[in-house]
Design a protein around this ligand. Structure first.
Ligand SMILES: Cc1cc2nc3c(=O)[nH]c(=O)nc-3n(C[C@H](O)[C@H](O)[C@H](O)COP(=O)(O)OP(=O)(O)OC[C@H]3O[C@@H](n4cnc5c(N)ncnc54)[C@H](O)[C@@H]3O)c2cc1C
Length: 384
């Protein structure tokens, strides 16, 4: 619980971005308050899923390759220091159709960044992963050292570690900042005030609700459904190491093997309908379940009649391009906006936190593609 309500920095939002921002600021000896309205990585947060992929491939977008590599190191260090097993090195397999240029761009970026990878021809894929139907797949690229983060538990691990470094935490809903810039304090819905030198709003899909004029039409929360399929009894073919995590952009689908016995995970990466993260239904749709059943039957024939054993309904918090939003608020010199993870942000939590912490402390060069100014009100997805 917070003591004196006077801090160097108040971070609003304990999803993966806010948690790591608080962690990095504490490491820099800042007095930090982390305020969250529901609880770290709660069931409605974008960071609240069981699992998230960490891969370094991003086509030609090398900045994300570098950030992911850096982040993987920090995740592993945190888990080693805390004795938690929250990263599974399943490997991540990219699948591509004939003529897909992204795979080659990814190979070039991984080579340039010193990331271990292996190119696989269609025949290699079929021999190595006989449990998969690779119909329409011309080649693959395997990142053997990438894998899966146990998402909501990993965020809790970051918050606990930050707390041990002195970060205060509080459950409260913060009102939008008001007054003359620079602001001296922010207020909770219950009327309590927290004073600080700087304020970071890492509110994920809620950013448009907290800043409706600035971000209401620039952050696009979309409904995303996730399905887990039960594997046959005594059959190890759908668990690591037999099956890696995989992405097939040609189908706009990704999935992962049976981790911690939750089942084989499959999800459509295409943006769903616009939603409100507070109120959207968390029950999966009949159409979504039918699509998932048909997809699994096609790609994993042995799972044709597999039962759906678990589902999740979450939301992406997309920007127009898929690039993150990390910038100073245009009206308040000491207010920072952090979010726009756009369906791929989780893995980058450590790098986002480190970058944001440096900006708040007046260090480092701001990356133009993360600016508010670069965010359009028309969606044209470029980063995946
Ligand atoms: C189905 C799905 C699959 C995904 N798969 C991947 C993947 O495989 N790999 C990957 O890297 N990324 C993935 N992502 C994306 C990733 O999960 C998100 O980009 C990331 O979790 C966003 O984190 P965040 O901290 O910005 O937002 P959140 O986790 O939503 O956190 C924001 C927090 O702010 C709090 N908050 C908001 N307003 C207030 C307020 N006024 N006062 C107090 N607190 C407030 C909220 O309660 C919330 O806890 C996926 C996302 C989804 C939905």
């Amino acid at each position: 619980m917070a003591g004196a309500s006077n801090f160097d920095v108040v971070v609003v939002g304990a999803g993966v971005f806010g948690a790591w921002t608080a962690w990095h600021l504490a490491k820099r000896k800042q007095r930090v308050l982390l305020v969250e309205m529901y609880g770290p990585a709660h069931a409605r947060a974008s960071s609240g899923g069981e699992t998230r992929i960490i891969r370094t491939g991003y086509g030609p977008d090398e900045i994300y390759t570098r950030w992911s590599k850096q982040s993987l190191g920090q995740w592993k260090d945190l888990f080693a220091a805390t004795g938690m097993r929250l990263f599974h090195e399943t490997g991540v397999l990219w699948l591509a159709r004939e003529g897909d240029v992204t795979l080659e761009q990814t190979r070039v970026a991984l080579q340039a960044c010193g990331v271990k990878h292996e190119m696989l021809a269609a025949g290699d894929l079929e021999r190595r992963y006989a449990q998969v139907n690779f119909d329409g797949v011309a080649r693959g690229l395997l990142e053997p050292e990438s894998g899966v983060l146990m998402a909501r538990r990993a965020v809790n691990c970051v918050v606990e570690s930050a707390t041990r470094m002195g970060v205060n935490t509080r459950i409260a809903q913060i009102n939008p900042p008001r007054g003359r810039s620079p602001i001296e304090s922010i207020e909770t819905a219950g009327g309590e005030r927290f004073a600080a030198g700087s304020f970071v709003f890492a509110c994920g899909p809620w950013l448009g609700k907290v800043f409706p004029d600035l971000l209401g039409s620039r952050i696009f929360p979309t409904r995303q459904e996730v399905f887990f399929f039960g594997t046959p009894p005594g059959d190890p073919r759908f668990a690591p190491p037999a099956l890696p995590t995989w992405l097939f952009q040609g189908d706009e689908v990704y999935g992962m093997p049976d981790i911690e016995a939750r089942g084989l995970k499959v999800a459509l990466d295409r943006h769903g309908e616009p939603v409100d993260p507070d109120t959207q239904s968390r029950l999966p749709s009949r159409e979504g379940a039918e699509w998932a059943r048909a997809y699994v039957a096609r790609r994993f024939p042995a799972l044709k009649d597999a039962p759906i054993v678990e589902t999740r309904v979450c939301q992406y918090e997309n920007t127009s391009s898929g690039d993150f939003l990390i910038d100073r608020h245009p009206d308040f010199t000491n207010v920072w906006l952090v979010g726009g993870g756009s369906g791929h942000g989780f893995k980058h939590g450590p790098a986002v936190g480190q970058y944001t912490g440096a900006l708040v402390l007046g260090e480092g060069a701001a990356e133009a593609r993360f600016s508010v100014a670069s965010k359009s009100t028309q969606q044209q997805r470029a980063v995946h």
